[in-house]
Design a binder for this molecule. Structure first.
Ligand code: UDP
Length: 463
């Protein structure tokens, strides 16, 4: 993106923005997209990052990278949900002391303190934001989920107080009157035990505190997509809110992929008919519960007769090191399917051959699909994914929720509904309308996200 509007460039050295992403793919991508955007506005960039899931500095030669030891070894992303939530606390506590040291060294270097404008940290890194503030560095919080999801965070104490949470099996379909359009099953929760409930409560309250104690709140969404939720968020947090998404449209994420993307699938897509291919991916962390789910998925896909591109991560099935497709699947789908271990997802979704996306509804995947005008088959797994699916299915009506047990006949019918029916075509049209709105949000100097970026740049310069 070429520099435009207000910039941080002066005749002297650039003001420097420090960034600290949470070390997961879905959090690293938007943070590095934000880096690209701020860099284009003339800021120098320093990315502090955990050693676990470290980004590759050679792909971003213009930025400084500072690895911060996090006490983890290895680079696996094969983590169960609960471990994942606990891991967020571990990253906070393990990185605290080394980050304090690295930041002090940076600030004490010649020109360091004068040039540093602020730290933008993931909202899940409260401890590290506290470290920065103790050293006189202002902080901004980046949330990589939706505005609606953050409302779930701020409402969590009320949801517990009113008895919605911990959720009871018999109440899952009850509407949450205070937080439409959510039902109890759409709320963020990781389980029903007291211990799991407490973990979630702590995670949410720390993120809300991180936002409320910061000098600003950055969200990867855009006004036309979440008008009401953004208005409510502005009321809820007494700090300036900058909805500047979709960030991937300002600077591409391919360069922050932790895994090698198989670009061969783009050539394969070139040979397919327009809007004929179902793209299947469950992001970087979501997993299937067992080999039976994988087999039901495979046969549902095969029996639908639909061409498909499937991202089959080796760790897709929990507890299994190498996901294996059932015998006969290959023969049944020969010439109309391609399987890869990791795809250039943004480009795949933008490809004219892709007509539908079976997704776990991570926020990046949701936003990328919305921006490409691709309707979705929603199979959320954990965290904010259930809430995102609710918006796709019920509010934007640009997709279908695939609830309950994963069963081949049900999946086949859902794929046909999405890809082959009039109803699916109507969903595609609504997705295309969202695509137009996303394009408008970033189209020119007066568009909502660009105005907010201008305000963000001014805000950072004023800190
Ligand atoms: N992604 C990718 N290739 C793939 C699958 C996913 O590059 O084969 C990217 C995708 O474009 C998105 C991110 O990984 O930006 C996943 O983020 P999301 O929030 O959708 O899910 P998470 O991995 O956090 O559950």
């Amino acid at each position: 993106m070429a520099p435009e509007g207000n910039t941080a460039s002066t005749s002297g050295p650039s003001r420097r923005v420090l960034l600290f992403p949470l070390p997961y793919q879905g959090h690293i991508n938007p943070m590095l997209q934000l880096a690209g955007l701020l860099s284009a506005r003339g800021f120098a960039i320093t990315v502090f990052h955990a050693v676990f899931n470290a980004p590759d500095p050679s792909r971003h030669p213009a930025y400084d990278f500072v690895p911060v030891p996090d006490g983890m070894s290895g680079g696996s992303t094969d983590m169960a949900v609960k471990v994942n939530v606990e891991h967020i606390f571990t990253v906070n506590s393990s990185c605290e002391a080394p980050f304090r040291e690295s930041l002090a060294a940076l600030l004490e270097a010649p020109g360091g303190r004068d040039n540093v404008a602020c730290l933008v940290a993931d909202a899940q890194l409260l401890t590290l934001m506290d470290v920065a503030r103790q050293q006189g560095v202002p902080t901004l919080a980046l949330r990589t989920g939706s505005a609606a999801c953050f409302r779930n965070f701020t409402a969590y104490p009320m949801l517990c107080h009113k008895g919605y949470l911990p959720a009871q099996e018999s109440q899952l379909d009850e509407p949450v009157a205070e937080l439409p359009p959510y039902r109890v099953r759409d709320l963020m929760a990781i389980g029903r035990s007291h211990q799991e409930h407490e973990l979630m409560r702590k995670l949410m309250s720390r993120a809300v505190e991180a936002v409320r104690t910061s000098s600003g709140f950055i969200l990867n969404t855009f006004d036309a997509l979440e008008t009401d939720d953004l208005m409510a968020t502005r009321r809820d947090v007494a700090v300036p809110v900058f909805d500047i998404g979709p960030l991937h449209k300002f600077s591409p994420a391919a360069s922050s992929s932790l895994l090698q993307q198989d670009r061969g699938c783009l050539e394969w897509l070139d040979a397919q008919a327009p809007a004929s291919v179902l793209y299947i991916s469950f992001g970087s962390l979501a997993s299937m519960r067992g080999a039976a789910d994988l087999a039901e998925s495979a046969w549902g896909i095969a029996n639908s007769g639909q061409p498909f591109l499937w991202v089959l991560r080796s760790d897709l099935v929990s507890g299994v090191t190498q996901a294996t497709l059932p015998d006969g699947f290959d023969a049944a789908t020969r010439d109309r399917g391609m399987i890869v271990s990791w795809a250039p997802q943004e480009e795949v979704l933008e490809h004219a051959a892709v007509g539908g996306f079976w997704t776990h509804c991570g926020w990046n995947s949701t936003l990328e699909s919305v921006c490409a005008g691709v309707p979705m088959l929603c199979r959320p797994c954990f965290g904010d994914q259930m809430g995102n699916a609710r918006y796709i299915d019920h509010v934007w009506r640009a997709g279908i929720a695939l609830d309950g047990e994963l069963e081949r006949g049900k999946l086949e019918a859902a794929i046909r509904r999405l890809m082959q029916s009039k109803e699916g075509q109507e969903m595609r049209e609504r997705a295309q309308e969202l695509r137009r709105k996303a394009a408008e949000a970033i189209s020119d100097a007066g568009s909502s996200s660009r105005l907010n970026i201008d305000q963000l740049v001014n805000h950072i310069l004023s800190l």
